[in-house]
Write a protein that binds this ligand. Structure first.
Ligand SMILES: Nc1nc2c(ncn2[C@@H]2O[C@H](COP(=O)(O)OP(=O)(O)OP(=O)(O)O)[C@@H](O)[C@H]2O)c(=O)[nH]1
Ligand SMILES: [Mg+2]
Length: 641
């Protein structure tokens, strides 16, 4: 292990109006000029992000101040731990001072230091005035109580003092929280001769090792990590919070853009729909209307998309809403990621918030269930997220890996939470070998639904002994998982709330067919027919032709007799009285025990009926494992040997 790997890493950003001395400050602090592009040097203006190292474990990201480049500023600021907020003494607060402050607030940057530059250009009393202006501006923001340091980048005055305060702030800064699965939003990409493609960025979560296979998103391209550098030193591993330059194999520089994501395969997914919470700045001049086209700054990416307000018709400045972004190009994000929105044209920052669901499906406004769900998972609490995930899967039990994938969480963490839920009786392990889990409250709902369907079925079909398995499933939900249904039915049978007939008809446990007199009489007449016929039973049509009564009643009686097992349909439209099926079975078993095998002709002689009746019965015995067909003969089934 390299010494750097065990340390934490802090990313500091600059912010502030154009020409206020952000880049000069970095040079004064580190000796390194972050304006690396030729154009930047020529124009004396930062146009893109710049990077410099301070000591061993701090990276400073320099951002441009020009209003045209706010998108780069947002990309830079999205990964920082705290900010050096720069205001020139001679100018005082200016438009991008205010816009950058809003962006930082929306991104929920919580810490910072205010640096007043160009101290050498102003008199002391002016400096006091400017300082007071700045203090007023910061009231109510995270910078309200931040240290204020005045420096001159030109003379170096105050820089040592600033370094001291920076060191303290760095020591106080907490490392980024790690959600476990590796993700790095790319903010730079370049090639190095002899190495190939290198991407750089801040590790948002998880860790990577040299040799790992990763996926480049949203392209969905597999790449391999050939080497990692942190602070210009080769390392074997980079963890959450570190800025890393990663040499990857499997893609070309031209295919990669700022805003692309390097991730552990199998979790993060590009999505066109993001469910979010949104705050509209008080300074936004107009209410935000549904379906407004916006610029969404997420991670290091800018994407165009429309907003769908979920719980309001329009959003007033200073107000909050639940919303969905419908993006023009898919983006990769995770719960809790902060974003900023800017108007399409002219470009101004009007609001921001956090991602609640990064793999959402298309939503409509005022869907109460969805809003309630989003309010629950908004905090990013993993237990709640897993509960909600299971709750949403009413039809299908879930595997640990599926939940982990859905929520971008390590399977070990999901397993630990589910185990706890099981011990608290909140979840059930449905199938041990397949590892299927189901929410207890959904199981209660499913039980209630089954009872409901059965109650209704009995009401409309009082002479049917029960509902066929498949019909029950369809009545609950067509997408219902079969193994889940069987589990529920089995459990309910054991609890004696339902029962299942021999031919898989399900009824309430206490249900009894109510037979009226007419039906009862018809049953008796039909039964006589079948009893008399022995092994040459009448066909259904033949029964009807007997005109034993009103046709509707006869049909109902016949149906009931089959359902209740008085008659047994053996296939090929052949129906026997159950008494003869049982008798044939007994004789057959006895015969086979003695003679080992039987031919159809022998069975036919045994029953004294023709092949037309006998063969379906024999096949019926095959399917019930009483006999096994071996060429031209039948032998005894396993369980009767
Ligand atoms: N006298 C004086 N000049 C300064 C000081 N800091 C910066 N400057 C000058 O101010 C000009 C702008 O400085 P930069 O550091 O490029 O400003 P910036 O904030 O990075 O500007 P953008 O990146 O374009 O937003 C340069 O000419 C600097 O030399 C300072 O403390 N004193
Ligand atoms: Mg600059």
């Amino acid at each position: 292990m390299n010494k750097i790997e065990s340390k934490r890493h802090i990313v500091v950003g600059t912010a502030g109006h154009i020409d206020h001395g952000k880049s000069a400050l970095i040079k004064a602090l580190t000796g390194y000029d972050p304006d690396r592009l030729k154009e930047e040097k020529e124009r004396g203006m930062t146009t893109d992000l710049g990077f410099a190292f301070l000591g061993n474990d701090v990276t400073i990201i320099d951002v441009p101040g020009h209003e045209k480049f706010v998108r780069h500023m947002v990309a830079g600021a999205s990964t920082i731990d705290f900010v050096m907020f720069v205001i020139a003494a001679d100018d005082g607060p200016m438009p991008q001072t205010i816009e950058h402050l809003e962006v930082l607030k929306l991104l929920e940057i919580r810490k910072g230091i205010i640096v007043i530059t160009k101290k050498d250009l102003v008199k002391d009393d002016w400096l006091i005035l400017v300082t007071n202006d700045i203090k007023k501006l910061m009231i109510g923001s995270f910078l309200e109580n931040a240290p204020i340091v005045a420096v001159s980048n030109t003379t170096g005055e105050g820089i040592d003092n600033l370094k001291k305060i920076l060191d303290e702030l760095i020591a106080q800064t907490q490392a980024k929280k790690d959600r476990g699965i590796f993700r790095l939003p790319i903010d730079r990409c370049f090639t190095i001769k002899g190495f190939g493609t290198v991407v750089a960025g801040t590790v948002f979560s998880g860790k990577i090792n040299v040799g790992d296979t990763l996926v480049l998103l949203p392209h969905n391209k597999k790449v391999k990590v050939r080497g990692i550098q942190v602070h210009n030193e080769k390392v074997m591993q980079a963890t959450t919070g570190f800025r890393a330059a990663i040499n990857i194999v499997g893609t070309e520089k031209d295919e990669i853009k700022r805003g692309d994501i390097l991730a552990q395969p199998g979790y993060y997914e590009p999505s066109n729909f993001l469910n979010v919470s949104l705050y509209l700045l008080k300074s936004a001049e107009k209410p935000l209307r549904n379906l407004t086209r916006l610029r969404i700054h997420l991670g290091t990416k800018e994407i165009l998309g429309r907003i769908v307000l979920l719980d309001k018709k329009t959003l007033q400045p200073g107000d909050k809403a639940m919303a969905q972004f419908r993006l023009e190009k898919p983006a990769v994000s995770d719960v809790g990621d902060r974003y900023v929105i800017r108007t399409y044209s002219p470009q101004t920052t009007i609001g921001g918030g956090s991602i609640i669901e990064s793999k959402a499906t298309k939503a409509k406004g005022f869907d109460e269930k969805l809003i309630e769900h989003l309010q629950k998972v908004e905090t990013g609490d993993t237990v709640t997220m897993i509960e909600e995930n299971l709750l949403a899967n009413f039809e299908v039990p879930q595997k640990i890996d599926e939940i982990a994938h859905d929520l971008n969480l390590p399977p070990s963490e999901v397993r630990a939470i589910i185990d706890k839920m099981i011990s608290e009786n909140k979840a059930i392990l449905l199938d041990k070998t397949r590892g299927l889990y189901y929410l207890q409250s959904n199981f209660g709902r499913l039980n209630a639904k089954i009872l409901d369907v059965l109650t209704n079925y009995h009401k409309t079909n009082p002479t049917n002994i029960g509902i066929p398995n498949l019909e029950l499933l369809k009545n609950i939900n067509k997408a219902m998982d079969k193994s889940l249904m069987n589990y529920a039915l089995d459990k309910m049978s054991k609890q004696k709330s339902i029962k299942t007939s021999d031919d898989n008809k399900i009824s309430l446990f206490d249900f009894k067919v109510t037979l009226d007199k007419e039906l009862d009489a018809a049953i008796k007449k039909i039964e006589r027919l079948y009893l008399d016929a022995v092994y040459k039973p009448p066909s259904y049509d033949a029964v009807l032709e007997q005109k034993l009564g009103d046709e509707k009643t006869i049909k109902r009686a016949h149906r009931y007799m089959i359902d209740s097992g008085i008659l047994i349909s053996v296939g090929e439209s052949i129906v026997f009285h159950h008494k003869y099926v049982a008798e044939a079975k007994e004789n057959l078993i006895e015969y086979l025990k003695k003679n080992k095998e039987i031919r159809i002709s022998q069975f036919r002689d045994m029953l004294g009926a023709s092949r037309k009746y006998v063969l379906p019965l024999l096949i019926y015995f095959d399917t019930h494992d009483i006999t096994i067909k071996r060429g031209d003969v039948r032998i005894l089934g396993q369980k009767y040997r």
